[in-house]
Design a protein around this ligand. Sequence first.
Ligand code: 5GP
Ligand code: ZN
Length: 110
Amino acid sequence: MQDCIFCKIANKEIPSNFVYEDEDCVAFNDLNPQAPTHILVIPKKHYASLNELDDVKIMGALLNAVKNVTKKLNITDYRTVVNTGKQAGQEVFHIHFHVLSGRPLNWPPG
Ligand code: 5GP
Ligand code: ZN
């Protein structure tokens, strides 16, 4: 989608170092990390949020990509977050899974 920053990252219009890539997904470091490891996993195809994601293949591909990223980085303890909608903290409207690790993470979240 035009003017979507994560589409530009996914289609390599904006050069980034991918931590991981497969047919459907890419993963890269968050620009403003909230933990020593903070990776974003996104589908290459644009879906604004989980509300718009209607393809179970891509849903599976995203979770599979999260697992492959954590395996690749040897992370066993991590938090996966998907903010959906402005009130829930979503700022970039191209669905993304946050993967946070490397420090104690409080629960419940704020
Ligand atoms: P949200 O608040 O939508 O769940 O998360 C958006 C995340 O994207 C934030 O953690 C923010 O730091 C990150 N982000 C925003 N713009 C960019 C960018 O251009 N590059 C990267 N790598 N991360 C970004
Ligand atoms: Zn997009």
